[in-house]
Design a protein around this ligand. Structure first.
Ligand SMILES: [Zn+2]
Length: 364
């Protein structure tokens, strides 16, 4: 059997639309792929989008059922949704919401042998556009990366819905997007002869980082005012679409490195579960730069960018305990993570703990 982590190189969903009131045309787009649709989304996401989606489906006489998703992207939830899709005879699972809801729908669609379409209602991850899900335990502990054999066939985004969602999700996505550049750069630096795909991914990640630094503040302002302005629309494309393309092109280089390993390590601390993904990644990025012995000037530039976003990338800033035994546990998990092994040099636990200490002093 082919291993999706090595066997597939696809770059994007088949269709991607980011346009006001696009959900009213959901039926036009979905009917191309089938006519029985299982909609699976979280409570808030469905409240923001379901009436528009249903209006769109009604216009094309499509048949649908709605499943209310709660909890984590975990094996129990994946099974529940795939069974539901099989019982209903769904052609398509439409995942609605943020990363967790869409990631779960993606694996469920693979298991139920349906197409997967997505309606992101927050712009915090590339979940909607990538062929990849992150699976957790029901309690929120990071379990595994799950690579899928194909991309979602359709992504529909109404920027008005994103503008009405809390800005913290947009902020989390902005930082997560930025990590594609810092982590990709680290991974590629350890490769002798990176292939065309890896190089393309890194060039795009550099473009992404520049654009994010340019538009982050105005897009957050736009979101705060619940206004789907042009900078917000631009940042949605960056956070949701371009990060997905980079993730796919950068099969060998753009699927996380130290910053994400540190993020995964932090999940051993229960109090970290309520902190948004991107915020923990911000901390991981600063620790990573210390691990790489980057110039203080560069680290300082990134710290002040985060501080301008009102994120303080230290344990104290995240509200986490600076407890040596707990940090050792987190560090042990982090150095064993598969993504940590992508760093150009092996990261030892002592090096990581030292970089964490330096971060704490430097940032506060
Ligand atoms: Zn991430």
């Amino acid at each position: 059997m082919l291993n999706p982590q090595q066997a597939y190189l696809q770059t994007a969903p088949v269709q991607y639309q980011n346009e006001r009131d696009i959900l009213l045309k959901a039926g036009d787009y979905l009917s191309y792929w089938g006519n029985r649709i299982l909609i699976s989304g979280g409570h808030r996401a469905l409240k923001a989008s379901l009436s528009k989606i249903e209006e769109g489906l009604r216009k094309e006489n499509l048949i649908w059922e709605t499943y209310r998703f709660t909890g984590e992207c975990c094996d129990d939830n994946i099974k529940k949704i795939s069974r539901k899709a099989e019982d209903f005879g769904a052609d398509i699972i439409l995942g609605v919401g943020g990363g967790k809801a869409i990631d779960t729908a993606k694996v469920a669609a693979e298991e139920a042998d349906c197409y997967l379409a997505a309606v992101p209602t927050i712009a915090s991850t590339c979940s909607a556009t990538s062929a990849f899900s992150v699976v957790y335990t029901p309690a929120g502990l990071h379990l595994r990366s799950h690579y899928l054999p194909s991309h979602p066939v359709l992504v529909l985004i109404d920027p008005v819905i994103i503008a009405e969602a809390p800005e913290k999700y947009l902020k989390s996505g902005i930082i997560d997007g930025l990590s594609k550049w810092y982590e990709g750069r680290a991974v590629i630096s350890g490769m002798d002869d990176p292939d065309l795909f890896s190089q393309s991914a890194l060039k795009l990640a550099e473009l992404l980082a520049g654009e994010i630094k340019k538009y982050a503040h105005s897009s957050l302002q736009s979101c705060r005012e619940n206004r789907a302005g042009s900078s917000l629309i631009r940042v949605i494309d960056l956070n949701v679409f371009l990060t997905g393309v980079i993730q796919s092109l950068g099969l060998k280089t753009s699927r996380g490195a130290a910053a994400h390993a540190i993020h995964n390590g932090l999940t051993v601390m229960e109090e970290s579960h309520d902190i948004l993904h991107g915020i923990k990644v911000a901390y991981g990025l600063i620790v990573q730069l210390f691990l790489e012995n980057k110039a203080e000037e560069e680290i300082s530039e990134l710290v002040s960018f985060f501080k301008k976003l009102e994120v303080t990338p230290s344990l104290a800033g995240l509200g986490l305990r600076n407890d040596p035994s707990l940090l050792k546990k987190a560090g042990k998990k982090a150095v064993q993570e598969e993504v940590m092994c992508r760093m150009p040099e092996k990261v030892e636990l002592e090096d990581l703990l030292l970089a964490m200490e330096r971060t704490e002093v430097f940032v506060s």
